[in-house]
Design a protein around this ligand. Structure first.
Ligand code: FMN
Length: 175
């Protein structure tokens, strides 16, 4: 594909506004993260999610070796965390991990999922990892970070009509 067509494709995909996540593997000192917006829920029964990871990303072989990964959904104030795990760290702004069911996830995330790797699918220059969710954390009162046209934005929850915001944070273990 010509360079201009590649750019058009990227720009068109960028019109699809998404949330922003950090995918992690390992725990403690061995924790490793990568910012990803290619995240989606796939199935409710069983509970499945999917992420798309570049073959060249350092986390790719780590997920394949560990057969596990976690996904943290970033809140509005976590733009620097998103840049950090996209290879652009700010000096003095080291993100903090915390534990969810033995996995390192991002502290202060709006939601987090820990997953066993269920399927590893080749897709062009990416791998699609389908994960079976084993545990989740919800902090529903947090406003999400949004990625749109290569830029970050926030969502003002109070501006969404009829939205019910649960204040309570929950951790749930799934079967
Ligand atoms: C908002 C945002 C979303 C991203 N989404 C993805 C994604 O879904 N999949 C992916 O492979 N890389 C994605 N990237 C790029 C990776 O975060 C980036 O290339 C990272 O540095 C790769 O990790 P590594 O440097 O440890 O190899 C995204 C970057 C940003 C800023």
């Amino acid at each position: 594909m010509a360079g201009s067509a590649v750019r058009s494709f990227r720009d068109a995909c960028g019109l699809f506004a998404t949330g922003v996540t950090v995918v992690t593997t390992g725990s403690g000192e061995a924790a490793h993260g990568m910012t990803a917006n290619a995240f989606m829920s796939v199935s409710l029964a069983p509970p499945l999610v999917a992420i798309s990871v570049a073959e060249t990303a350092r986390i790719c072989p780590r997920i394949q070796d560990a057969h596990q990964f976690a996904v943290s959904v970033l809140p509005r104030d976590a733009e620097r965390t998103a840049w950090h795990f996209a290879g652009k760290p700010s000096p003095g702004a080291t993100p903090v991990f915390c534990d969810l069911n033995g996995f390192s996830v991002i502290s202060g995330a709006a939601a987090a999922f820990t997953c066993d790797l269920e399927q590893d699918i080749a897709a062009g220059d990416h791998r699609i990892f389908v994960g079976r969710v084993r545990a989740l954390r919800r902090c529903s009162a947090l406003e999400p970070l949004v990625f749109h046209r290569s830029a970050f934005a926030g969502v003002d929850l109070s501006a969404i009509k009829g939205l019910h915001v649960e204040e309570e944070d929950t951790d749930v273990l799934l079967e």
